[in-house]
Design a protein around this ligand. Sequence first.
Ligand SMILES: Cc1cc2nc3c(=O)[nH]c(=O)nc-3n(C[C@H](O)[C@H](O)[C@H](O)COP(=O)(O)OP(=O)(O)OC[C@H]3O[C@@H](n4cnc5c(N)ncnc54)[C@H](O)[C@@H]3O)c2cc1C
Length: 430
Amino acid sequence: MEPAKQKYDVIIIGSGPGGASTAKELTEQGRKVCILERGPDPKLKNSFFQYILYQLIPFKSLLFTNGFLGMVRGIITGGSSVFYYATCCPVPLDMLKKYGIDLSEEVENAKSELPSKPLDDNMITPMADKIMKSAQKLGYNWQKLDKFMYQEKWSKNQKFGYYGDPDEIKWTSRMYVNQAVKNGARLITNAKVEKIVTANQKAKGVIYKKGLRKYRIDAPVVVLSAGGIGTPVILRKSGIKKAGYNFFFDPLITVCGTVDEIKAENEIPMSAGIHLKKEGYMMTDMSVPLPLDMLFSAQVLRFNRLFSQKKTLRIMIKIKDDLGGRITHLGQVRKKLTKNDMEKFKSGYKKAEKILKQAGAKGIHKTWYTAAHPGGTAKIGEIVDSNLMTEYKNLYVCDCSVIPEPWGLPPTLTLVSLGKRLAKHLVKNT
Ligand SMILES: Cc1cc2nc3c(=O)[nH]c(=O)nc-3n(C[C@H](O)[C@H](O)[C@H](O)COP(=O)(O)OP(=O)(O)OC[C@H]3O[C@@H](n4cnc5c(N)ncnc54)[C@H](O)[C@@H]3O)c2cc1C
């Protein structure tokens, strides 16, 4: 095993929103940071081929539960944010306060730094507009959502960066990684961390695999940001056996139908919607590119509408699921939806059906269950303390794993804010 020659103050594992935000903040304060990222750092092309390579490889980035639910994550520099839909949702400040975390300052700071506001009216595309008007007519408080998008760079013929945005209109945590690297951080890609090296209950460094060789890097502080699935696997291998149980993953279905009079044109997904907090789910417009539209239809045996993407009106229902399940030692997902979860889907389906009918859609049906926000696998109060430190001194976790309770909303703003808070703590205390 080759020891690294360079000295670092902090090693960060994973470059999704949690890790990238911590890295950027620390390097701004002059800390020497090394980021170890399992995926590569390719130039993004918004190509389906790249999407398959970095988000749809079965049992690596495309996982299946024992209930046949499909779950995706990005294994690439920038993590899942490379393929996300750039919707900026409120941070669960009250929930985090219960665990001793006041994130309000960091949220304000993140918001002032990131592009996050509702889309201009001219960016509300035909299908999203039709759904919003129909929902509002039925009395729903369906409103435009904040988006992490540099809207001034957008033009009418622009395709949304579902598969990775080469024009960088969508903010992703790759931008923070690039800033960290400019500030002097070292990014090592294709580096799969296997375990944390510890001695006397303290983190000493990490062991990672690159190609066929294993390497060890030491540093006085290690931050684990390998995401809701990657983090518990590494924690367990490092001796924290309780990680990876009783988690949430914000499962979703989409409900769709076809309309004749309009055509989908370069739709932007999740432009508008509603959060029904009491009911436990959110509903938004949803558009997906042709291959995914075809896949969704094939999954529910709707072969007759394989080429109907341009006529599809689609609503997403994303629920706050009950905690449960476990991550296996190999990083696979075991979790079943509960009766309570299914009731939420049923209730959301009924509402979506009404909205689509009112909009004139025909052939309304739902698609199969998927999920994209695994979290709660190393919860604050259980695996980490309110400073995000584990039972090993100077081993921290900063990603979706630490979220202590499900809250059913996309978490990127929360994770960026947690990274900012952790960096402040590290600068002050290490
Ligand atoms: C299709 C889709 C749409 C989404 N839309 C939205 C949205 O609109 N708004 C929103 O807020 N959120 C959205 N999300 C969710 C959001 O992208 C994730 O919640 C967020 O990226 C999680 O950040 P993270 O830092 O916890 O982990 P991740 O982004 O998963 O990053 C973890 C990183 O760690 C790396 N890694 C894993 N294991 C190892 C290892 N052993 N060694 C080294 N590196 C490792 C991975 O390659 C990855 O880069 C979406 C997600 C998906 C998939």
